[in-house]
Design a binder for this molecule. Structure first.
Ligand SMILES: [Zn+2]
Length: 332
């Protein structure tokens, strides 16, 4: 058994308090390999931002739980070596069972999400409470994120064709009964890089699909009912046009990509939204750069020569997110 404190990690409690009162959101970036981790830590150290390293159960299977735990420990050391020890959280994204949450907590995670959003309300409450009771009884207090409402879209371990918005009438009861530290809500964000069908969107003059706006009215209603309580947004990639263009230019195939406009996320980050999950944008940035290298240097076969540029592009993207979208730069 490993406590996250032995790894030098932080839970989310104090970080979220500061983020809610400071009007910014902490980035939650997914990782499953070395280059992603390098990019995340370099970007967050250079912008002096706290960071949540997110791991899905799919990523744990892909990369190995032991390796990931030690990579997180390495990330803390690496940040120090780079000259600024930013707070680092190791968080399970979309935990789907009590057992998985326990396994992660025993293996050094400082925060877990239990996603019971596909269950009935009462079953969601019961499962989330069970995880909270366990995580909070640990001497090192592991923080727990729950979810109410369903996001559409496809990601590693979650897939839903239909979304339904969080019902503000449920949030107060859910938070009280479960004891969660933060709550993921559904107000119109969506997983993946094809967040909406074209018929749900409007088009700009250049043909770029624009999704329906986020439901800030629901967010406001939730904030009224649980003032100052930490809110989480999943599925918050913006799917930058420059990356989808690069992917297409260098031989890739992508159709009808749609993201959440960055201005809307910036507005959300100023509210009680204190954690914003971004994964697809990183995937697109790395893929775009790898395709470019291969297209321009077909003879290249040293992985450092294409993974290195992909890492540097990812770092650039995450620095931009911290500074211009989340507002987390300078907060650590
Ligand atoms: Zn998610």
């Amino acid at each position: 058994m490993t406590s996250y404190k032995e790894l030098g990690l932080s839970n989310t409690v104090e970080l979220f308090k500061k983020a809610v009162s400071g009007g910014y959101a902490i980035p939650a970036y997914n990782f499953n390999n070395l280059e992603q981790l390098q990019a995340i830590i370099q970007a967050c150290v250079e912008t002096k931002s706290p960071v949540i390293l997110q791991v899905s159960s799919g990523a744990r299977k892909y990369a190995n739980a032991n390796l990931l735990r030690n990579m997180a420990r390495g990330a803390v050391e690496y940040a120090k070596e780079l000259g600024h020890a930013v707070p680092v959280v190791l968080h399970l994204d979309h935990g789907d069972s009590f057992e998985l949450c326990v396994d992660c907590i025993e293996n050094g995670f400082s925060s877990v999400m239990i996603d019971g959003s596909h269950l009935s309300y009462d079953e969601n409450v019961a499962l989330t409470k069970k995880v909270c009771d366990y995580a909070h009884s640990r001497p090192d207090y592991v923080s727990v994120e729950g979810e109410l409402g369903v996001l559409a879209g496809v990601e590693d371990d979650v897939s839903s064709e239909h979304s339904h918005y969080t019902q503000p009438g449920e949030v107060e009861d859910f938070v009280k009964k479960t004891g969660v530290d933060s709550l993921a809500i559904s107000i119109g964000t969506s997983h993946g890089a094809m967040k909406f069908k074209p018929e749900q969107c409007t088009r700009t003059a250049d043909g770029i699909l624009v999704p329906p706006p986020l439901r800030f009215d629901i967010l406001e209603e939730i904030e009224k009912r649980i003032p100052g309580f930490p809110i989480v947004l999943h599925g918050s990639s913006s799917v930058p046009v420059e990356y989808t263009k690069m992917i297409l230019e260098f031989g890739g195939k992508l159709k009808d990509t749609v993201g959440i406009p960055e201005e809307q996320l910036r507005k959300a980050a100023k509210s009680a939204v204190c954690k914003i999950n971004i994964d697809s944008d990183g995937r697109l940035a790395m893929t775009a750069m790898i395709r470019k290298v291969f297209a321009q240097n077909p003879g290249e076969f040293d992985p450092r020569k294409y993974l290195g540029p992909a890492r540097d592009e990812l770092k650039k993207l995450y620095m931009h997110k911290n500074r211009e979208v989340l507002g987390s730069a300078g907060k650590a």
